[in-house]
Write a protein that binds this ligand. Structure first.
Ligand SMILES: NC(=O)c1ccc[n+]([C@@H]2O[C@H](COP(=O)([O-])OP(=O)(O)OC[C@H]3O[C@@H](n4cnc5c(N)ncnc54)[C@H](O)[C@@H]3O)[C@@H](O)[C@H]2O)c1
Ligand SMILES: [Zn+2]
Ligand SMILES: [Zn+2]
Length: 399
């Protein structure tokens, strides 16, 4: 089959690789019809290379049709239309029963000290072959697949694999009070969707980014926006719009590659230049993050407010302004999203034909798998209006 594979920093290729096969009785094989490209893939593309292996298959936002099933997959059947969560989870361990699927005790990557295994996400997360491919082996298939109805186009349901529950969790964790305000840092797919969800819930949303079309997407749906490049100080600007207090809550949907942290950017480059075996253990121990978004969050949130970190961070000793965090009496909530925890809450909005979250128009680019190298580059550089790319394996689509 064809698959998108990792070969080095900013080097992804589309290659012929062996088709996946059933390995466990609770495996299934899914033929992928749509597969998203995510800001998290950009971390692998740019910064987390030391944890990747040459030829690793990327991708963790798939949906498709069940092609083959093992003997222990419950009521899953060949031909079912399914979305797969990005994390691999069993559904019956203690963590899964608490709704903490991203900490699943059956799939935790213990030798790396990490939580649940993830599709297409480096050695840190189990080096499980990813979903930007024609076929995917789905472990824990007695629990993993989210069955979705026939009818609407893939994009209506595809984002249940990551973007929708991730954005949903970020808003739930932000815990915006009734009539309160939410500052969303970063208006990539995750921040954009978080804004849509908060607006849908009747909250006041202020979104921040520096990419004009991303700001415009959020503005068009009812968010107030701030262009990073047009203000001296985001915190001051937010306070001026919120009675001098700051936002009740902040979602940081930027993560470790924030724009505006030149020193850490140099650090990330140096790591990229060193041999892998030296860098991987080192990266785990020292700060690798560009912290500008999180510092903005701490500054712009009001005293007693909540910071919800959904952007991915990495290192261990990035300096945090503890005095300010303590003095402002802040609450922090963070982590990978527990996809299955939120599916039942979101599904009613997806089967609603008015499509209140605008899922059908959410992707800006539908492209063939073969166009992955170009799509990664455009998504990273934010050119050609690229906000959300969906790969269409095995289909001919105009790119
Ligand atoms: N926690 C999870 O489960 C989970 C799931 C999916 C994605 N993520 C993470 O969420 C983050 C966003 O993902 P995405 O797909 O939207 O990616 P993205 O890279 O397209 O979006 C990031 C956005 O932040 C903007 N930005 C950069 N620096 C900024 C700054 N200092 N202030 C404000 N905005 C700034 C960029 O212009 C960009 O639009 C990534 O870190 C990704 O890894 C986390
Ligand atoms: Zn993703
Ligand atoms: Zn589990």
């Amino acid at each position: 089959m064809k698959a998108v594979t990792w070969h080095g920093r900013r080097d992804v290729r589309v290659e012929e690789v062996p088709d996946p096969v059933l390995q466990q009785p609770n495996d299934a094989i899914v033929r992928i019809t749509s597969s998203g490209l995510c800001g998290s893939d950009l971390h692998l593309y740019e910064t987390l290379g030391p944890f990747m292996g040459e030829g690793d298959i990327l991708g963790h936002e798939p949906m498709g049709i069940v092609e083959e099933v093992g003997t222990e997959v419950g009521d899953l059947k060949v031909g079912d239309r399914v979305v797969l969560p990005f994390q691999i989870c069993c559904g019956h361990c203690w963590m899964c029963t608490q709704g903490l699927h991203t900490q699943c005790e059956t799939t935790q990557v213990r030798d790396q000290g990490m939580g649940a295994a993830l599709f297409g996400f480096s050695k840190l997360y189990g080096e499980v072959p990813g979903a930007q491919a024609e076929f995917l082996r789905v472990p824990q298939a007695q629990f993993m697949p989210i069955k979705v109805p026939e009818g609407p186009v893939d994009e209506r349901f595809l984002f249940l694999s990551d973007v929708l529950p991730t954005a949903w969790q970020s808003v739930m964790y932000a815990d915006v009070p009734e009539g309160g305000s939410l500052l969303v840092l970063g208006l990539g797919p995750i921040g954009d969707m978080a804004s849509r969800i908060a607006l849908h819930q009747g909250k006041r949303v202020i979104g921040v980014d520096r990419v004009p079309e991303r700001l415009e997407r959020a503005r068009a749906r009812g968010a107030e926006v701030i262009n990073l490049d047009e203000v001296d100080d985001v915190g001051e600007e937010v306070r001026s719009r919120t009675n001098g207090r700051g936002a009740d809550a902040v979602v940081d949907a930027v993560g470790m590659e924030a724009h505006g942290s030149p020193v850490a950017e140099v650090g990330q480059r140096i790591f990229n230049a060193l041999p892998k075996r030296i860098v991987a253990p080192l990266m785990n121990k020292v700060g690798i993050d560009r912290m500008s978004a999180i510092y903005t969050a701490i500054d712009a949130v009001r005293r007693g407010g909540t910071v919800s970190l959904i952007g991915v961070y990495g290192g261990q000793s990035d300096p945090m302004p503890m005095l300010t965090m303590f003095d402002k009496q802040l609450q922090f909530r963070m982590g990978q999203a527990n996809i299955k925890r939120w599916v039942d809450d979101i599904m009613p909005l997806l089967v609603d034909d008015s499509d209140p979250l605008g899922t059908e128009e959410f992707a800006t680019h539908q492209v063939r798998l073969e166009d992955a190298p170009e799509a990664y580059e455009k998504f990273q550089k934010k050119t050609d209006g690229t906000v959300k790319v969906v790969f269409k394996p095995g289909q001919s689509v105009a790119s």
